[in-house]
Each structure stands twice: as structure tokens, then as C-alpha cells.
Design a protein around this ligand. Structure first.
Ligand code: SF4
Length: 398
């Protein structure tokens, strides 16, 4: 056959069945080398990660990820927790294109939560056995550092045992610019006021190409990583996240994981660093990305399982991988525990952000424990540092 002057093949070069067999054998040999490397906890590079994501059979990924889960967290405990999400405000200048929660100043349903509202929500949290608030919300340009300092001090004064898992790198970047302070100074003030740990919110995909499309007004990749770097130096426990399934490529997912892993290698050995990694899929219902740009979530269950397994395999220095049962639901959550995840997260009393874009899974404490048992594990209720509330030193915490 010829195209122009190019001879593409002659009858001698035609592919035979044996060639396919040889190609498959070669792919299998390459994959096995990568599995071996991963099982020795060696860091995989982008090409190796991409090869696993795109060519490895899901069963093999689950097998390897499970082995690694056992190396990081031996045994059969799967973690869960009780906390309550309270949104400080829904006014946000960022207006990310995947967010249905934010409002502009002056919108009829814009709000900033009052102290009385916090108190009734915290009283309910305590009555349900929880003691942690996940405090998140919009970046309201009118709220400066002193607002958050006063809020944290007042909450801790009224509830000394309350834990505050609050804000996230984009808010710290915003406050740092607003107050002309370093990330470290902003974090130090907040820690002194009562901040116990920093969620990995706003990571989405750590690629500026992607961020310019989905959240152009939010922190850049380097800013997000820069805040986390300072948090780790201050020994503030943090988590890392990924919101995927919109405009990113598989390679960008892998690069995201590697950026997180590389930052974790910088932390001091006995500091907390990233305690956990939590991937969740883009929820598209009613979002600007879907309505105006026709971008639908590419989420499906098998791909989430692949994502969990790849996360466990690539993040060789993060002990806990959490499946986002609130976004993927019970069945995929259960399977995730067999694919490298060791935790199903919180029952999350009152979640308003992902549910505003279509994630409507809700579980109470009994249901969460039944799900874990039905998946073949022992439920272990834990705190934000992944320390079991009934002691078991081998699980999760550093
Ligand atoms: S995702 Fe967060 S930062 Fe983005 S618009 Fe919504 S509230 Fe604001």
C-alpha cells in the first residue's frame, strides 16, 4: 500500500495474530515492572502513572492498590467520622464555573452565618456525638482576617473542645493579598485563634490550563501548593483533594497526584503534612460549565475505582486515601475500600456545596457503619488526624 510516495507496508509487514500477542505480552511486562516499583513504595513518574491509568486492567490495579493499603494501614479497619459542614458565607467573588453554591453580594439569598446560627448548629452536632466543624464557604471580599480570627476565638470560647477544620488554600491566598501578609503569617494568626487543620479545598486539578477554564479567579497551582507548603512547615494538619471529570486530561490527573506527592516529600519527617487524599468527581447539575459550555461530568463508577487505585499507587507517601461516599454513593464507596481506600469520610451533617450541584447521598452514623461492615471491614470512628476514637495505634494517624 502506498500513500503519496510513502510505502506504508508490504505483505511482509502485515500484522499477524502473533504480533498482537507479542504486543500484549510487552504491555503486561511493562505493567508488571511498574507494579513492582509501586509495591516497593518507589515514586512513579508521569509516564508510568499514565500507562497504569490508560492500560492496566482494573482488577490488577485494585490488587496492587490493596497491597499498598495494607502496607500503609495494615488490618481491616475502615475509617469514618462525624462532623458538620457550616458555610461561613455564600458570597464569593470567585464565581467558579462548577459552583452552584456561591452568590454575589446583594443577591436576595446571600448570607453570612450569625453566631446564634453557629451555636444552634454546634449544639446539634454535639447531640449527635460530633465535635468538629468543617467551616467553608465563599471568599467574601468584605471579610478580612480579623473577621475569621474573631469567629474562631468566639467559637472556641463557647465550645473549648470544638475542632475547627476550616477554610482552604484559596481563602488563605485571598486573605494574604487583602491583608498584605505572608501565607505563613495568615496561617499563624488563624492557628492562634483556634484553627486545628486546613482542608485541601480548591485544589480541583493542579494545572493552570485547567484552572483558567474552570475557576479563573481562584488561587493558581503554585499558590495552592505554596499555602500547603507553609501549613506543613507550621505543622498544621492538612488534606489534599482532587475534583476531576470536567476538562482535564488523564495526564493532568496524574500530574496533580505527583505535585501533591512531591510537596509531601518536602515536609519534615515528624510533621503532619497531608494526612489524607480525597478525590471526588465533578457534579455538573446546573453549573455554568454544563449549562453554558456543555461540559458534562465524565464520572462513572469504574473510573472512580480506577482513580482511587491510581491515587493509592502514586501517592506513596500519604497514608490515607478517602473515598468520597457523599458524591459517589454507597456501592462505589464500598468497592473503593477494596481498591486502596481505607476511609469513607464523614457523615457530614449539612453539606451545601457539592449537594448544590447534584450530589445527594446522605448517610447517618448507623448507615455509615453498616456500609463499611457490608463491604467486609470493621468501622473505625476517627478524628480529623485519623486517630481512632477507640484506640488502635496501627490505624491512620502519623
Ligand atoms: S467553589 Fe468556592 S471559591 Fe469557587 S465560587 Fe464556589 S464558593 Fe467560591
Amino acid at each position: 500500500m502506498t500513500v503519496g510516495s510513502q510505502k506504508l507496508y508490504t505483505s511482509d509487514f502485515r500484522l499477524r495474530t502473533s504480533d498482537f500477542k507479542n504486543a500484549n505480552l510487552l504491555i503486561q511486562m511493562v505493567l508488571e515492572k511498574i507494579y513492582e516499583k509501586a509495591l516497593q513504595l518507589a515514586p512513579l513518574d508521569v509516564e508510568e502513572g499514565e500507562a497504569l491509568y490508560t492500560t492496566a486492567p482494573i482488577g490488577e490495579l485494585m490488587f496492587v492498590a490493596n497491597k499498598l493499603r495494607q502496607l500503609h494501614n495494615p488490618g481491616n479497619i475502615a475509617g469514618w467520622m462525624i462532623d458538620r459542614n457550616v458555610n461561613i458565607t455564600n458570597i464569593c467573588f470567585s464565581q467558579c464555573f462548577f459552583c452552584n453554591f456561591c452568590r454575589k453580594k446583594g443577591s436576595p439569598d446571600a448570607y453570612t452565618t450569625s453566631m446564634d446560627e453557629y451555636k444552634s448548629k454546634i449544639d446539634e452536632l454535639y447531640s449527635l456525638g460530633g465535635d468538629q466543624l468543617l467551616l467553608q464557604g465563599g471568599m467574601n471580599p468584605e471579610l478580612g482576617l480579623s473577621f475569621y480570627i474573631d469567629l474562631f476565638i468566639n467559637l472556641k470560647r463557647s465550645y473549648p473542645s470544638l475542632k475547627l477544620h476550616a477554610l482552604g488554600p484559596p481563602e488563605i491566598v485571598h486573605l494574604s493579598k487583602k491583608e498584605r501578609l505572608s501565607y505563613s503569617a495568615v496561617l499563624s494568626h488563624l492557628i492562634e485563634a483556634g484553627l486545628d487543620s486546613l482542608p485541601g479545598a480548591g485544589a480541583e486539578i493542579l494545572s493552570d490550563r485547567v484552572r483558567k477554564i474552570v475557576s479563573p479567579a481562584k488561587a493558581t497551582t503554585e499558590e495552592w501548593l505554596g499555602v500547603m507548603r507553609e501549613a506543613h512547615i507550621l505543622n498544621l494538619p492538612t488534606s489534599a483533594t482532587m475534583m476531576y471529570g470536567h476538562v482535564e486530561t488523564i495526564r493532568e490527573r496524574i500530574e496533580h497526584l505527583i505535585r501533591i506527592r512531591d510537596l509531601q516529600t518536602e515536609k519534615q519527617e515528624n510533621n503532619f503534612g497531608f494526612i489524607t487524599f480525597i478525590p471526588w468527581p465533578f457534579q455538573d447539575e446546573g453549573t455554568v460549565l454544563r449549562e453554558k459550555h456543555g461540559i458534562r461530568s465524565s464520572y462513572n463508577g469504574p473510573d472512580y475505582i480506577r482513580m482511587i487505585a491510581i491515587s493509592r499507587i502514586l501517592l506513596n507517601n500519604i497514608r490515607n486515601i478517602q473515598a468520597s461516599i457523599l458524591t459517589v454513593g454507597k456501592d462505589v464507596g464500598m468497592l473503593s475500600l477494596h481498591a486502596g481506600a481505607n476511609d469513607l469520610g464523614s457523615i457530614m451533617i449539612e453539606e451545601n456545596v457539592v449537594s448544590a450541584a447534584g450530589a445527594n447521598n446522605r448517610f447517618n452514623a448507623n448507615e455509615m457503619q453498616s456500609i463499611i461492615k457490608d463491604a467486609g471491614f470493621v468501622p473505625g470512628r476517627r478524628n480529623q488526624k485519623y486517630e481512632l476514637l477507640s484506640p488502635n495505634p496501627s490505624y491512620g494517624g502519623i
